[in-house]
Write a protein that binds this ligand. Structure first.
Ligand SMILES: [Zn+2]
Length: 485
């Protein structure tokens, strides 16, 4: 990448939290069934406090659009419809946003005023989005020790989602409106496309250590960039960190082409496409967009709360992985799989309770064997995991500790349990023969020599007496048949 480009990149990340909504206590769930309540409205541009109607707002207003809102009796309320004033902010959402802030090395503010940010595209029924600053002056550190600043972390409400757009009308569903979002904005200190990806991955790791929503649409990554000679651009909604470098490089290319053709490069907001290209959305908005939300009281963040959160901060995946690797001598790959499959706690509990069992065996029982049984026996993995309850797994280890079963029979036992046989019934089938087959043969030879000419049944009785149930009858019969013949 040419250093003379004067490329400056900043990231803006929005992550949904897994809590109730921010300004009412409705659940944060998206629905696909038919809505119960439908409201029609028209929106108008309102001048911000400075008296300037901003250019982005006008852009939408000029279209003279009508908006239709869909809600549900049981999972949305009057607050989403803007027919009731907002409640105080959700305490759990506040605490999660603070956890994230602390993990990003930021200083929580002592008191915060909820602000209104003008929104004219209809995605907020009130005509604004509520947002409040939670913490300031954070940073993330990259592999090469470079620090990327995070000037501010905000908690805000998500917008309604557009279900259908036509020339004159947009239909919005209110299920998403009000879901708490943490907004993380980095300083414009990223100079390379690959560095932007690393920052996004690092922030993503911190977010996933906390109680956030998972899956498509729950995290949105925007890239802001400027190039000397080009123009500032905001690229909305890059699907995943791996796409960030390509999207940035394509935007640089696009601006270069315009400059070459002696065309003006406008400051724009663009939407990221899955192939790394972008499409025009609207002109870049100005700054006249915030004013205080007087319906919600000031939010105080006490030192005691910060102390409590600081003492119980969740661990990052990379930290847990290092711990698994050093404490249990697991490979990088196995440690990653344990974390990805959400088995860390169970793994550590088993390793503690059954300290004689090898960590590798615990890994096999929790992860490897269920997969092998699933593909071998054509049983769905969820079905196997359902049958192999925590208690059954513990009983397996108990039987192993008491030498009732051997390591080599565990997979067979698990297969039986997966097929619906109880562990109690399965264990006797796979009992350890503590005596080697050579020893069994020798003992039988001795019996045959001592008492010649008895019936096979009589020998059987003598042998069973001798081995006291440590050898399966089937095995003895086979040896006897062979010897007597
Ligand atoms: Zn509600």
């Amino acid at each position: 990448m040419d250093k003379n480009l004067g490329l400056k990149i900043g990231l803006e990340i929005h992550q949904q939290l897994d809590t109730s909504k921010l300004f009412c206590r409705c659940p944060s769930i998206l629905r696909e069934d038919e809505p119960d309540v439908i409201v029609k409205r028209k929106m108008y541009a309102v001048a911000g406090e400075t008296g300037v109607t901003d250019i982005a707002a006008l852009h939408e207003y000029e279209k003279g659009k009508e908006f239709i809102y869909q809600g549900y009796k049981d999972t949305t309320c009057e607050i989403e419809f803007d027919e009731s004033p907002p409640m105080e902010i959700d305490q759990e959402a506040l605490e999660i946003a603070l956890q994230i802030s602390l993990l990003l090395n930021a200083k929580p503010v002592e008191v915060s005023q909820v602000m209104r940010k003008t929104v004219i595209d209809g995605s907020n029924t009130s005509g604004f989005q509520r947002t409040l600053i939670i913490a300031k002056n954070g940073f993330v550190e990259l592999e090469n020790k470079k620090k990327i600043s995070i000037p501010a972390i905000c908690l805000e409400e998500d917008a309604a989602r557009a279900i259908k757009r036509t020339e004159k009308t947009t239909i919005f569903r209110l299920d998403r409106l009000g879901i708490p979002l943490v907004e993380i904005v980095t300083g414009p200190e990223i100079f390379l496309p690959e560095e932007a990806k690393e920052v996004a991955l690092k922030i993503g790791e911190i977010l996933r250590a906390c109680k956030v929503k998972r899956g498509i649409g729950t995290i949105r990554q925007d890239v802001n960039l400027s190039i000397s000679g080009g123009a500032r651009t905001e690229i909305k909604g890059v699907q995943e960190p791996n796409l960030i470098p390509k999207t940035i490089e394509n935007e640089i290319q696009r601006q270069h082409e315009l400059v070459k053709q002696k065309k003006k490069v406008e400051e724009t907001v663009r939407r990221a496409e899955p192939d790394g290209s972008t499409v025009f959305l609207r002109p870049l908005p100005g700054a006249a967009r915030m004013y205080p939300e007087t319906d919600v009281p000031l939010v105080y963040i006490s030192k005691e709360l910060i102390k409590k959160l600081q003492a119980n901060l969740p661990k990052l995946k990379s930290e847990i992985k290092l711990e698994l690797m050093s404490k249990y001598k697991l490979s990088n790959e196995f440690a990653s799989i344990i974390i990805d499959e959400n088995k860390t706690e169970q793994f550590q509990a088993l390793a503690k309770e059954f300290s004689k069992a090898s960590p590798l065996l615990i890994y096999k029982i929790l992860i490897l064997y269920p997969k092998e049984i699933s593909s071998h026996e054509k049983i769905p993995i969820e079905h196997i995991n359902e049958k192999m309850t925590g208690e059954i797994i513990k009983n397996l280890f108990r039987a192993l500790t008491k030498d009732e079963i051997s390591e080599s029979s565990i997979k067979d036992l698990m297969t039986d349990v997966s097929k619906g046989i109880s562990l109690e019934k399965a264990i006797p089938k796979h009992k350890t023969s503590a005596i080697s087959s050579n020893e069994i043969e020798n003992e039988i030879d001795k019996i045959l020599k001592e008492k010649p000419n008895l019936s096979i049944g009589a020998y059987m009785g003598l042998a069973m007496q001798k081995f006291k149930g440590k050898v399966e009858g089937k095995e003895i019969i086979e040896i006897l048949k062979r010897k007597i013949r």
